[in-house]
Design a protein. Structure first.
Length: 116
């Protein structure tokens, strides 16, 4: 969800994420998560930062554009917090070991293939 405001409406939040804000908390289907005090702003708005924290949703804000990006909920607490890959050592085309860390600081595209 891309937001132009830090306090989106409850309706906009529900349309973009599937989470509705009810008196008992944030609900999606049969799952309801209690929301702490301060998540609701007035009758029809939500504090996006507090909402994201309560549902363990990754939230990124770009001050230059004023936009925020809200990622998917991770009730398991296993959100991707870094885009840093582990240091893999794999054979290159000639069979020599190649360390992924040797490309640190560069953009890298990893492609995996498996014949199933």
């Amino acid at each position: 969800m891309i937001c132009e405001t830090s306090t989106p409406t409850v309706a906009d939040l529900a349309a973009a994420t599937g989470w509705t804000v009810e008196p008992q908390g944030a609900c999606r289907g049969d799952i309801c998560v209690p929301l702490p005090e301060g998540v609701r702003v007035g009758d029809d708005r939500v504090d996006l930062r507090a909402f994201a924290a309560a549902l363990r949703m990754p939230l990124v804000h770009d001050a230059g554009s004023g936009l925020s990006a809200l990622g998917p909920s991770t009730l398991s607490g296993r959100a991707l917090v870094t885009a840093e890959a582990p240091d893999l050592v794999l054979p290159d085309l000639d069979g020599r070991p190649f360390r992924l860390a040797s490309l640190r600081g560069r953009k890298v595209c990893l492609v995996a293939w498996s014949p199933y």
